[in-house]
Design a protein around this ligand. Structure first.
Ligand code: 5MM
Length: 335
């Protein structure tokens, strides 16, 4: 087994998943504004430190995706954040893209940037303790989108990023997120997501990326948020598996879904159904941001000194998702 493959398995085996805590300062500020907490470096650190020192870290969170600010922060006892994560037997990771910008010649679409100087930044993050990375491409569904241009250019960037990350002995998370926004049908989501993922792997293979050392972070197959034709959880599971079976090469060891704006319970329930339905060899787990943090953030904002109470809320969500990653969750466990 290669070193990269063993990192993937350490992050995703035994019902473990990923905590996506890589909100840029702008996004974290929006999250904190929404609960009336001032977005200062101290408050951002305090909330994240509270999550990273929770007891569920060692049993449910195999890896944490950090943002540049956080990976360089120290906690009051002098440890830095990667050390805190490692002390829970979890692996620190880092978001390395620099954001999605307007795609030239297709102004309603985005291309993710961050390749310039990436090789040197990766070396720095490796020294800080990161062993995996994340890069997110975003696509929207309308009658005309995602365009071939956006599908091709984002796949190309994801592949160049992945090759550089593996050169630096880290595991790339490949995140092509087809957004939920819009009134498209689940069938449209299936068709477009399959096209997007297939193109990503075509480019990854062209760039000689070792697929056994990659984690795919896709969206689930859902009807658009504004669609009146929502589908049931078991249809979500069936269509998501159909999509992944037809578009992901079998060498890929693990898939970790994003939550993408689903409620916490929806994200857990759908993951559970996917795992009940899953007959493939892929590990199907989670890399949730909002669906792991929302309730904890709300609770914490009421009293930012109540660390124990906040951790209890986070531990519950982490445990529920870990059960879902093994197909062992049920609704009554939420009470
Ligand atoms: C945690 O949020 C990440 C986005 O950060 P920026 O937009 O500030 O760069 C995001 O990439 C996240 O990792 C994934 O979308 C998964 O998060 P959700 O909330 O969709 O599970």
């Amino acid at each position: 087994m290669s070193e990269l493959n063993s990192i993937v398995l350490k992050i995703l085996s035994n019902g473990k998943g990923i905590l996506a805590a890589d909100e840029s300062t702008a996004t974290m500020t929006k999250r904190l504004d929404s609960v009336n907490v001032q977005s200062t470096p101290e408050n951002r650190l305090s909330f994240r430190q509270t999550l990273f020192s929770s007891s569920s870290m060692s049993s449910c969170i195999g890896g944490v995706i950090l943002y540049d600010e956080t990976i360089k922060q120290k906690i009051p006892d002098g440890k830095n954040i990667p050390e805190l994560i490692q002390s829970a037997n979890s692996i620190p990771g880092i978001k390395v893209d620099t954001g999605a910008k307007i795609l030239a010649n297709s102004p309603n679409e985005k291309i993710t940037e961050g390749l310039d100087g990436l090789r040197d930044r990766l070396k720095e993050y490796y020294k800080l303790g990161a062993r995996f990375t994340k890069w997110r491409g975003v696509y929207n569904i309308t009658k005309d989108y995602p365009s071939k241009l956006s599908i091709h250019s984002n796949a190309h960037a994801l592949a160049r990023y992945s090759a550089l990350v593996q050169e630096c002995n880290m595991v790339p998370i490949v995140e092509p997120e087809v957004l939920m926004d819009g009134n498209h049908s689940a069938q449209d989501c299936l068709t477009k997501t399959s096209e997007v993922i297939k193109k990503c792997f075509e480019e990854l293979i062209l760039h000689k990326v070792d697929l056994t050392g990659v984690i795919l972070k896709p969206n689930m197959i859902l009807a658009g948020a504004e669609s009146s034709n929502k589908i049931s959880g078991s249809e979500v599971a069936k269509m998501t598996i159909e999509c992944l079976k037809s578009s992901v090469p079998t060498e890929v060891p693990g898939i970790a879904f994003l939550s993408g704006g689903q409620t916490e319970i929806e994200a857990t329930e759908n993951l559970n159904l996917i795992n009940i339905e899953n007959k493939t060899e892929f590990i199907m787990s989670y890399s949730y941001g909002r669906a792991l943090q929302q309730s904890a953030l709300k609770y914490w904002s009421k009293d930012i000194k109540d660390i124990e109470g906040t951790q209890k809320v986070f531990n519950h969500r982490a445990k529920m998702n870990s059960l879902a990653a093994q197909g062992k969750w049920s609704k009554d466990l939420e009470d």
